[in-house]
Design a protein. Structure first.
Length: 154
């Protein structure tokens, strides 16, 4: 956001690369319709890390012409289609990097940011980097943390 007069024009939904965040997508889509705002589905991704190999050669699977951006885009589009059916009115954005940075950047012009709740198993981990609490504290727009257990009709 560039200042108090910045126009907030979109609803952004953070999509988890592991769960697809279907409840957050459905709720965000409904809210975008109510607000008359476009919906942006955002998923952060990172390229796989190369493990140590003898001779400094890339490990199998990382060599070749793998288009990681295209794979991430296909994954995100599939999650959106599974949750919402038709994706023609949803802008799917994949952003390289960590989820917190990606969502905060995308939410700079958002009316609202919607994220899914942390997975229960992640709450017990001391090293868990939970996205929801970090974006709630740092976003420049309202944030909704959507519990996955709440049924939302498509």
């Amino acid at each position: 956001m560039t200042g108090p007069s910045a126009v907030r024009v979109v609803v952004v939904v953070g999509v988890s690369p592991t769960t697809g965040s279907p409840a957050a997508l459905r709720w965000g889509a409904d809210e975008a319709r109510l607000r008359g705002a476009p919906l942006h589905a955002v998923m952060a991704w990172r390229p796989p890390r190369a493990g140590p190999t003898p001779g400094g050669r890339p490990p199998p699977g990382l060599s070749g012409n793998v288009d990681f951006v295209a794979e991430a885009q296909l994954t995100l589009s599939g999650y959106v289609a599974d949750a919402l059916g038709v994706t023609s009115d949803v802008e799917c954005r994949v952003v390289q990097g960590n989820a917190v940075t990606a969502l905060l950047s995308e939410a700079q012009t958002a009316q609202l940011l919607v994220v899914g709740e942390p997975r229960a198993g992640r709450l017990n981990s001391v090293r868990a980097s939970l996205v929801a609490p970090q974006v709630v504290l740092r976003a420049g727009c309202p944030v909704v943390v959507m519990p996955s257990s709440v049924p939302v009709t498509p």
